[in-house]
Ligand binder design. Structure first.
Ligand code: S3P
Length: 171
């Protein structure tokens, strides 16, 4: 087992947070969600940050947080789906972390987030189209930056967790 950070990347609604919490609990590590930290530090919800200051500003907060968290180890970190948009984030996270890509199909993502209105990039009447476009743009980045990939598309949360756990204990 590593004393590095275990960093989960992947698209919105792929299950990073649920899996990250289970993993942290099982391994007795601290669980960190980059979005929650940004919300806490700014005392604003992500959607409010997007509405008030725009996406660029949110990306700056995300970048600053990645830099800060790379100074500590032994955390399970669930990242926002857009963290891979800036390679600097990945360099920070890789400094002291192993990156695991949680992969899910468009259908599974859509099913997971269909009733969710907290994600500004998916606030549209055509959620399916928005997911498809972003997946097209981002999948090569998730694939490139992940040290490991776990495809959870046809797995229950329990089975996805078992796969993740097996990957992590071998590190
Ligand atoms: C985003 C994903 C969200 C959040 C923000 C932007 C993205 O996090 O950071 O709404 O660009 O994919 P989750 O992946 O936890 O939903």
């Amino acid at each position: 087992m590593t004393d590095k950070n275990i960093v989960l990347i992947g698209f919105m609604g792929s299950g990073k947070s649920s899996l990250g919490k289970l993993l942290a609990h099982e391994l007795n590590l601290k669980y960190i969600d980059t979005d929650e930290e940004i919300e806490r530090q700014n005392n604003m919800e992500i959607s409010e940050i997007f509405d008030t200051y725009g996406e660029e500003y949110f990306r700056k907060l995300e970048r600053d947080y990645c830099e800060r968290i790379s100074l500590s180890g032994g955390n399970v970190i669930a990242t926002g789906g857009g963290i891979i948009k800036n390679e600097v984030n990945i360099s920070h996270l890789k400094k002291n972390g192993v990156i695991i890509y949680i992969k899910a199909s468009k259908e599974k993502i859509l099913d997971n987030i269909k009733d969710d209105n907290t994600r500004p990039l998916l606030l549209t009447d055509d959620k399916s189209g928005a997911i498809e476009r972003l997946l097209h743009e981002r999948t090569p980045l998730y694939e490139r930056f992940g040290d490991f990939c776990i495809d959870v598309t046809s797995l229950s949360l329990e089975d996805a967790f078992l796969n993740l756990y097996k990957t992590v204990v071998l590190l």
